[in-house]
Design a protein around this ligand. Structure first.
Ligand code: NIG
Ligand code: FE
Length: 411
């Protein structure tokens, strides 16, 4: 828990200096210290300085050998708990079928629902644990995980319980989101409103009472949950103390972003189809725009207008959206590359979006997301000598060592 890291070539702090989230030109300001040292005590960052920084005699010391240190990535949007896989759909898309066509033919979310309903809790736990290990090795120290592949009270609760156990056991900080409104299960194929009522009257009270989730999320989309249903779910969830997020404007701009902004959602996520109206709504709100470039790459969809959003002063985060259908990559390093090459973001903006702003999208930026005195010591050492090398040399893992809450992990 006590650790001194010396000889850091670039200490990229992403300091927010008390701000909840970084916007506009502030996203480019990484507050880098060169030839730096870092003191961690009881899992908290207690001093940042140069080579002269003093440290207690009996402390463990890491010599960073002139390498780069960044805050741990905060992946604020994932669907990490699921069973089965969908490489068959991946192959179908390579031959020209679209994501929507595959979903309409019974594949998509419902295919993973079938596998996840069949899986036992232990299997789901083991699968997700391995995925979290991979994320940690790739520099991600906080992960939001959504339910949403159960779509019945029993199986949604099974997933949320697995998330709770991972939260209790795993080194990664895990944050839970209830996404019962991910798709309509076969039992309610002809009674969609009935499923929405089941979420509001039965599932949400249980989730809130057992404190199984911090956030509520809804896939607000043509053919999925419409604006009215989304609003009903969000209002009921808010009444019970859950904070809203929305899957918005992924396939069609139907007003989900505007709805999220109006109801003070902490974030609206995806935004591939967001237009001027959505951007205007976000400008007049506190809601964070979370973009998921891996999803655009994997489905060959357009990218969210991240450049425009940053230029308009909208707070923007990047996450993986890791899931078996639309985005099967859990590397935040890869998301930085996509942000820089496909969304005209600078390496500095992409790092801010993947750390401090991701933490803000989970309401955690007071404690994590940057390397500042008083914050939790989630710091990652990379085998590179310039932070820009990380998105530049892509498709490879540059992580050298991970320190989570002040503990140097052994892997
Ligand atoms: O965020 N769009 C909705 N949900 C997921 C995809 C889920 C799936 O295809 O399994 C997403 O992209
Ligand atoms: Fe998603």
């Amino acid at each position: 828990m006590n650790l001194f890291i010396k000889n850091i070539g670039q200490l990229v702090t992403v300091a927010s200096l008390g701000k909840r989230v970084k916007t506009g030109s502030d996203m480019r300001e990484l507050h880098i210290h060169t030839n730096a040292s870092l003191l961690i005590e009881n899992g908290i960052i207690t001093a940042i300085g140069g080579p002269e920084l003093l440290y207690p005699e009996d402390i463990d010391v890491i010599d960073a050998e002139g390498k780069v240190v960044l805050p741990g990535f905060v992946d604020s949007h994932t669907h990490t708990v699921f069973a089965g896989s969908r490489e068959n759909e991946f192959a179908m898309r390579s031959e020209g079928k679209t994501y929507q066509e595959i979903a309409e033919a019974g594949g998509g979310i419902l295919s993973t629902m079938r596998a996840t309903r069949e899986a036992g809790k232990r299997d789901l736990y083991r699968l997700a644990e391995r995925r979290l290990n991979t994320m940690l090795r790739n520099g991600t120290t906080t992960v939001e995980i959504k339910s949403g592949y159960g779509l019945s009270p029993e199986s949604e609760m099974k997933i949320l319980e697995v998330i709770s156990e991972l939260k209790r056991d795993h080194y990664v900080t895990v944050v839970a989101t209830f996404l019962g409104a991910h798709a309509f299960p076969p039992e309610y194929k002809d009674d969609k409103q009935g499923y929405v009522d089941r979420i509001c009257d039965y599932m949400l009270p249980y989730v809130a009472e057992k404190k199984l989730a911090t956030f509520i999320d809804v896939f607000c989309e043509t053919g999925y949950f419409d604006l009215k249903m989304t609003e009903q779910i969000i209002l009921e969830a808010k009444r019970r103390g859950l904070i809203p997020k929305i899957h918005a404007d992924q396939l069609n701009a139907i007003g989900a972003v505007e709805l999220g902004a109006r109801h003070n959602a902490i974030s609206v996520d995806h935004l591939e189809k967001t237009n001027g109206e959505g951007i205007a709504a976000l400008k007049n709100s506190q809601t964070i725009a979370t973009v998921l470039p891996g999803c655009s790459l994997f489905l060959n969809h357009p990218y969210a207008p991240a450049r425009k959003m940053i230029d308009e002063g909208i707070p923007l985060a990047i996450a993986t959206d890791f899931n078996p259908g639309s985005q099967m990559c859990s590397s935040m390093q890869m998301m930085l590359t996509l942000a820089c090459t496909q969304m005209q973001m600078t390496p500095e903006e992409s790092i801010t979006a993947a750390t401090l702003n991701g933490a803000a999208a989970l309401g955690l930026s007071n404690d994590i997301g940057s390397i500042e005195i008083g914050k939790q010591a989630d710091v990652v050492l990379y085998s590179v000598h310039d932070y820009r090398f990380i998105p530049y040399h892509y498709g490879t893992n540059h992580v050298w060592k991970v320190v989570k809450s002040g503990v140097l992990l052994d892997f």
